[in-house]
Write a protein that binds this ligand. Sequence first.
Ligand SMILES: O=C(COP(=O)(O)O)N(O)CCCOP(=O)(O)O
Ligand SMILES: [Zn+2]
Length: 305
Amino acid sequence: MLVTGNDILIPARAGKYAVGAFNTNNMEITQAIIHTAEKLRSPVMVQMSEGAIKYGGQDLADIVIDLAQRSTVPVALHLDHGSSYDSALKAIKMGFTSVMIDASHYPFEENVHETRRVVEAAHAMGISVEAELGRLGGIEEHVVVDEKDAFLTDPEEAVKFVEETGTDYLAIAIGTSHGAYKGKGRPFIDLARIKRISELVSIPLVAHGSSGVPAELVQRFRDAGGEIGDAVGIADEDLQQAAQYGIAKVNVDTDLRLAMTTGVREVLKKNPKEFDPRKIFGPARDLMSQVVEHKMRVLGSVGKA
Ligand SMILES: O=C(COP(=O)(O)O)N(O)CCCOP(=O)(O)O
Ligand SMILES: [Zn+2]
């Protein structure tokens, strides 16, 4: 069933598990996400960035909405990294049931102002809102404290931000970053900071940049002809601990991108004569389903639907 983000994330925070928020850009990715959620009886958030909306438009949103409406588990369609009030309102008109307004790159007061505008409009239409405070960006553990604090979400500021905006869930900067290169060795994620914020703020917390970039998938990508550097992601154990501390929504895009392109490359490398899209995208869909399944098991959302 198609639900709002609150319907999924409030129980997750209360139950100390996290729900995967998986980015989609086409039908096969959407199917891998929602069919796996149904197989595992897991709630799930399917998200489209503004880039995905540009690429797939209402066609893609309608695929997600239709699968969600027919689904036997709770599914929310979420706007990822909405850059403006207009973008958020456009997504709501497209049928999104959850929207992010990402004004984190503005000064605090401006972020509050922009976020509050979206919250008021979205709430009037029964839609829930994600906002962001702090700067996403890989932080090496050795980096000096004040530089770290310049980026990461300040717990006391988070209290003020949530009170002044009314946002339903909050993306916090905890050392993670988008993409395949999240640091060296075991990328740093500030678990102590998450714990502190969750002691002060009771709404669901969101972790962006949380793909695991599994080494075996990276190797398969390379073996199939892909080129990628020293890619590394967030450790499963760190995400499990983060869920205990109030992270309820975990964003995953890079792992799906790697799985999809690895699946396609492997077929084309093995069968250069293949040109049936079903035989090319089918195995890619299966590999993405495995990625989604692993993440749901790590986050603890299996059986929660
Ligand atoms: O947090 C994440 C993804 O994190 P990940 O890279 O660790 O998967 N996201 O919000 C995904 C952002 C995708 O935006 P775009 O479609 O413009 O490339
Ligand atoms: Zn993000």
